[in-house]
Design a protein around this ligand. Structure first.
Ligand code: FAD
Length: 288
């Protein structure tokens, strides 16, 4: 099903549920891939409308991504959405990849620039995701999603400038915006309001990261500009070695966060599952 259809046919009381997974690393014997599908099968009971699959910088895991995408469609009977980054890829390769996806019957794609690789030659065919969106719309029939940053992208001069460029991605044909993770809903609400003022009408789907590990949280938030509310940070920091405490606190926090977003009428919730069922499953059981 195409993105537009997924979000326009949303049940008025319930948000559209979607998950993000990544191709497992160092998986020579394929066991981690099998485990990923065990986890995803458990999450099917919450009737996800979409499962997105991340893309390694420069296409490092393209083969694994495609394998997962195929299995989401054929085994889980769920709509897959491959991510795709353009920063280190030539226009020719992009067109080939789009053809491959269409031949597999894929209908949606998350179009990204990707992080600029350090100390590496980058291909300059595309500098920004908006150019990739334009190319996808010209070369394929795929429905396109893009990334949005409630607290501003780390390179952006200001949140307003960032939203200005986000509007360009929507004007070039993006149907839906998925946000970077955030913990303070105020940032999401302010961002959504600003986007509306800029004339962005595409659904803005909040990206939710259930905290399950303090070190992972610190690593992820150091990579992007994300504010962790002091109260949450202090709680987690005081028990950083207590795995059960971190998990339970993360689930409790994300449940409240999601409930507030649902009450505010968001179109969907996109869970960064980190390839695990437990936390996302608990949160959804608490909510639905
Ligand atoms: P863009 O929209 O191109 O923006 C990048 C920066 O350039 C921003 O600061 C923007 O303000 C600025 N900008 C945009 N257009 C212009 C212009 N015309 N002139 C001047 N400045 C401009 N990364 C991966 O490697 N793989 C993934 O699978 C992946 N999935 C993601 C999923 C989501 C939901 C999100 C939020 C991020 C994901 N990322 C992923 C990370 C993403 O690739 C990085 O955040 C990257 O640095 C920016 O990508 P973008 O598509 O937002 O870039």
């Amino acid at each position: 099903m195409e993105l537009k259809e997924i979000y326009s046919s949303k049940n008025t009381n319930k948000p559209v549920i979607s998950y993000e997974v990544f191709p497992p690393k160092d998986d020579t014997d394929g066991q981690k891939l099998e485990q990923l599908f065990v986890e995803l099968k458990k999450l099917l009971k919450f009737k996800p409308s979409l499962i997105s699959v991340t893309y390694g910088a420069g296409g490092s895991n393209q083969t694994e991504s495609i394998e997962i995408i195929k299995r989401i469609k054929s085994e889980l009977m769920t709509t897959p959405m491959p991510h795709f980054t353009c920063v280190s890829t030539s226009e020719k390769n992009i067109k080939q990849y789009l053809t491959t996806l269409e031949q597999l019957g894929i209908e949606n794609i998350l179009a990204l620039r990707g992080d600029i690789p350090q100390n590496q030659e980058i291909c300059h065919d595309f500098r920004y995701a908006s150019q990739l969106v334009e190319c996808i719309k010209r070369e394929s029939r795929l429905s396109v999603a893009v990334a949005g940053y409630p607290e501003g992208h780390k390179e952006a001069e200001s949140l307003e400038k960032d939203i200005h460029y986000l509007k360009q991605k929507v004007d070039k044909g993006a149907d839906v915006i998925y946000t970077q993770l955030f913990f303070n809903n105020r940032h999401y609400f302010d961002f959504a309001e600003k986007c509306q003022k800029f004339g962005i009408t595409a659904p803005i789907i909040p990206g939710i990261l259930p905290v399950t590990n303090f070190k992972t949280l610190e690593k992820m938030t150091s990579l992007c500009k994300v504010d962790i509310p002091k109260e949450l940070y202090d709680k987690l920091n005081a028990h950083s070695e207590d795995k059960e405490y971190i998990k339970n606190t993360g689930i409790e926090y994300a449940t409240k966060q999601c409930q507030e977003l649902i009450d505010a009428g968001v179109d969907g919730l996109h869970f960064y599952t980190l390839n695990k069922e437990y936390a996302t499953g608990k949160i959804l059981s608490n909510l639905l």
